[in-house]
Design a binder for this molecule. Structure first.
Ligand code: KIV
Ligand code: ZN
Length: 515
């Protein structure tokens, strides 16, 4: 058995399944492109049969991501799911059909209302069906960690005979503790006679905060694939966090002598992109990608760091791609310097995207004396995600103060048409939103709104992230500006555009790199 660990990223499937984490096809493609730059081995792009949107996302990713990771789609152990997955996956250069069915007593009895024999039969039949399409078939006995061991061994043996090439062992409800989960993996190696014909994988949920520890124990006991998500997003308490597993393997190579293909310098960017898409920030003390992960506040720590970084730093911020927030550009910087700095940050933009981002940069640089790397990344990210939006902001004017009625006038462009409306409200943001509602005729409920400064200073770029509910559908909007009212309007428009855009087929995004 080699020591190479495959990283199977399920941010776009298990992660996206979590409340508030849904993404549209455009966003999934953008995220998939970043995961390819991160060099994960497998991207689980969705659950093709679950909805039209899921199907579109898997298909779009399969069509657009070339020379990259294997693209997988999840299926229940049913022919109809497998056929639908293949319909979407057939365009991928390398694809995988991932089949699951529950094998624990509690799931078989109460959820599936079935029997152990029927579940085993369904699993074998499904794997055989999938093998007609591809020779890369993964099988997951859902709730494996709570499944009876003899039965689990039997299922694993039979699905390998039927043609499964990867066997994924999920701790679906995050119940296991590390030595117990590791022993379960070892038990399979000890008792399943044909185990060497498949790659063993683990898939740990984080209900007890043990998902990463359990995954590392699985690796120590023979698993050679780990399923995980960026920022650890996923059902309930989430899935095992990709960045924590990868950096644990890399930092503790003395104890965990394994290889991963991940380009760790893309970790921070991947985390930031996901945050900006789903609008859920990571906690400041989150390992690896939290805002405080590399901050040394205490005087004694700072002193130690200055003497020798290793006193308090077990890995460097550079190794995970955390940009050092330093002054780089100002209002006199030209397009060439702008492009060059972006390239230094690892951001390559297609011509059109670069032009749009440069125009935004000039506007920001005019208002803000110092433009930091974080500002640049925020501008580029917003432009990439906004590419191809239906409505664009042409003009915004508002009045507000004490003892006057706040009003706003908004002018939007849609293709070649210009629309203008005015509104009044509780404040300038409310007034502007009302004006936009009159133009777009979309009445939404603002379910959440937050604002933060991207960098320090009174002239910092402000970022607004909001959630808009329209007809029971929630979308995230994001906007940045040195002016918080403008940032609020851009965020609202970004959300409205997602509602409008959901009705249109997704366009291929020309930008090879959105962040
Ligand atoms: O948690 C789980 O059991 C899953 C399977 C579908 C792999 O997500
Ligand atoms: Zn899961």
């Amino acid at each position: 058995m080699g020591n190479r660990i495959m990283i199977f990223d399920t941010t776009l499937r298990d992660g996206e399944q979590a409340p508030g984490c849904s993404m549209n096809t455009r966003e999934k493609l953008e995220m998939a492109r970043q995961l390819a730059r991160l060099k994960v081995d497998v991207i689980e792009a969705g659950f093709a049969i679950a909805s039209e949107d899921d199907f579109e996302a898997v298909k779009t990713i399969a069509q657009n991501l070339k020379d990259g990771p294997i693209i997988a789609s999840l299926c229940r152990a049913r022919d109809i799911d497998i056929d639908r997955s293949w319909e979407a996956l057939q365009y991928a250069e390398r694809s995988r059909i991932h089949i699951f069915i529950a094998t624990s007593e509690i799931h078989i009895t109460y959820k599936l209302k079935s029997t152990h024999e029927d579940v085993l039969q369904a699993a074998v039949t499904a794997v055989k069906h999938a093998r007609r399409y591809t020779d890369d078939v993964e099988f997951s006995p859902e709730d494996a960690h709570r499944s009876e061991q003899d039965y689990l061994c039997k299922v694993v043996e039979e699905v390998i005979k039927a043609g499964a090439t990867t066997i994924n062992i999920p701790d679906t409800v995050g119940y296991g503790v590390p030595w117990e989960f590791g022993a379960r993996i070892k038990n399979l190696f000890d008792r399943v006679p044909n185990i060497d014909k498949a790659v063993i994988s683990c898939h740990c949920h984080n209900d007890l905060g043990l998902a990463v520890a359990n995954s590392l124990e699985a690796i120590r006991n023979g698993a050679r694939q780990v399923e995980c998500t960026i920022n650890g997003i996923g059902e309930r308490a989430g899935n095992a966090s990709l960045e924590e597993i990868v950096m644990a393997l890399r930092t503790r190579k003395d104890l965990l002598d394994f290889e991963v293909g991940v380009n760790t310098e893309e970790i921070y960017r991947s985390s930031k992109l996901l945050t900006s898409i789903i609008g859920i920030p990571v906690q400041p003390n989150k390992a690896i990608v939290g805002a405080n992960a590399f901050a040394h506040e205490a005087g004694v720590h700072q002193h130690g760091m200055l003497q020798k970084p290793l006193t308090y730093e077990i890995m460097t911020p550079e190794s995970v791609g955390v940009p050092q927030s330093r002054l780089v550009l100002g209002k006199h910087s030209g397009r060439h310097a702008f492009k060059k700095r972006l390239e230094e940050l690892g951001v390559m933009l297609a011509e059109e995207a670069l032009n749009r981002a440069f125009i935004r940069f000039k506007i920001v640089a005019d208002k803000k004396k110092e433009v930091f790397d974080d500002d640049l990344l925020a501008i580029v990210e917003e432009e990439a995600l906004a590419a191809g939006e239906t409505y664009t902001l042409e003009y915004l004017q508002f009045t507000s103060g004490i003892n006057i009625v706040p009003t706003a006038t908004v002018r939007l462009k849609r293709e070649n048409e210009i629309f203008q409306e005015s509104g009044w409200g509780d404040g300038p943001v409310d007034a502007a939103y009302k004006a936009i509602d009159q133009i777009t005729k979309i009445q939404g409920r603002l379910a959440d709104y937050s604002i933060r400064a991207i960098t320090a200073g009174k002239d910092a770029l402000g970022e607004v992230v909001l959630k808009l509910e329209v007809n029971g559908h929630t979308v995230i909007g994001r906007g940045t500006s040195t002016d918080v009212i403008e940032a609020s309007v851009r965020a609202y428009l970004n959300a409205i555009n997602k509602i409008v855009g959901a009705a249109r087929p997704p366009k291929d995004m020309a930008a090879p790199r959105g962040l």
